[in-house]
Design a protein around this ligand. Structure first.
Ligand SMILES: Nc1ncnc2c1ncn2[C@@H]1O[C@H](COP(=O)(O)OP(=O)(O)O)[C@@H](O)[C@H]1O
Ligand SMILES: [Mg+2]
Length: 224
C-alpha cells in the first residue's frame, strides 16, 4: 500500500515586491508518496524553490494545505514547525550550506546535537554515516578542504544521519561536474531505496531527472 509523505492541496504563494504581489505558485496540487524519488523541474523562476521551501517548512503558503506524514502543517506554530523540521526533514542545497568553521564530523553531528542525542550515540551514528558516504577518512577536515562533490556528500550525510523521512534537495548538482553529479544522485537514490526516504529534488539537470522515478514540471507557478 502506498502512503502519502507529502500532500499539497490548492497551494498558492506570492511574494510582495515594492508593494505589488509577485505570484510564485498558483493552486498547486501534488501528492508525493513515501519513498518516492521525484524531480521537480521547470525553467528558472517557475516556483521550484518556493515549493520546496513550503514542503521543507521554511516558509508558509498564502492559501491551501500541506501535510507531512498526514500532519497538517498550516495549523502548527513556529516552534512546532522547528521540531518537525529537525526530526523529519533533511536539506541538500546547491551551495552545500555546511558550517565552515566546523569539521566534517561536526557538521554531520550537528543535527543530532540539536535533537539532544547523547554523545556516544552521536559519535557512533556519525561514524557509520560518514563510512556510508565514503568520507570516513575526511572526518577532521573543514568543508573548504574538500571538493564540491565531497561537500555535497557531507550535506547528504547530514540529512541521512538523523534518518530524515523527507529529503528536500534544491539544485543539488548545480555546482558539480558530471562525475560528482552522478555520485551524488546515486547516493541519494541508495538512501531513498535503503531507508525508504522520500526525496524531492528541484533540478533542471537531466543527469538528475533521468534517474528519478517521477518528474513533475512547474511553469510560471503552475504544475503542468
Ligand atoms: N524572496 C523573494 N522575493 C520576491 N520574489 C521572489 C522571492 N523568491 C522568489 N521570488 C519570485 O518568485 C518566483 C518563483 O521563484 P523561485 O521559486 O525561486 O523559482 P525557481 O526555483 O524555479 O527558479 C520568481 O518570479 C521569483 O522572482
Ligand atoms: Mg530555485
Amino acid at each position: 500500500m502506498r502512503t502519502a509523505a507529502v500532500t499539497i492541496s490548492g497551494v498558492s504563494k506570492a511574494y510582495v515586491m515594492g508593494g505589488n504581489p509577485v505570484p510564485a505558485l498558483r493552486d498547486v496540487n501534488l501528492v508525493i508518496d513515501a519513498g518516492d524519488f521525484v524531480a521537480l523541474t521547470g525553467p528558472s523562476g517557475s516556483g521550484k524553490s518556493t515549493l520546496l521551501n513550503l514542503c521543507g517548512l521554511l516558509d508558509r503558503a498564502d492559501s491551501g494545505r500541506i501535510t507531512l506524514d498526514n500532519v497538517d502543517v498550516s495549523g502548527l506554530d513556529s516552534d512546532q514547525l522547528t521540531v518537525l523540521r529537525r526530526e523529519r526533514l533533511g536539506f541538500v542545497f546547491q551551495n552545500f550550506n555546511l558550517v565552515p568553521v566546523m569539521s566534517v564530523f561536526e557538521n554531520v553531528e550537528f543535527p543530532l546535537f540539536l535533537q539532544g542525542m547523547p554523545e556516544a550515540e552521536r559519535k557512533d551514528r556519525v561514524n557509520r554515516t560518514l563510512a556510508r558516504v565514503g568520507l570516513e577518512a575526511f572526518a577532521k577536515r573543514r568543508p573548504d578542504e574538500l571538493s564540491g562533490g565531497q561537500r555535497q556528500r557531507v550535506a547528504i550525510a547530514r540529512a541521512l544521519v538523523k534518518s530524515a523521512r523527507v529529503v528536500i534537495a534544491d539544485e543539488p548538482t548545480a555546482n558539480l561536474d558530471s562525475v560528482n553529479a552522478a555520485q551524488v544522485v546515486d547516493l541519494m537514490r541508495a538512501l531513498a531505496r535503503d531507508e525508504g526516504t522520500t526525496c524531492i529534488i528541484a533540478t533542471h539537470d537531466p543527469r538528475v531527472s533521468d534517474h528519478c522515478d517521477r518528474v513533475v514540471r512547474l511553469v510560471d507557478g503552475v504544475l503542468q
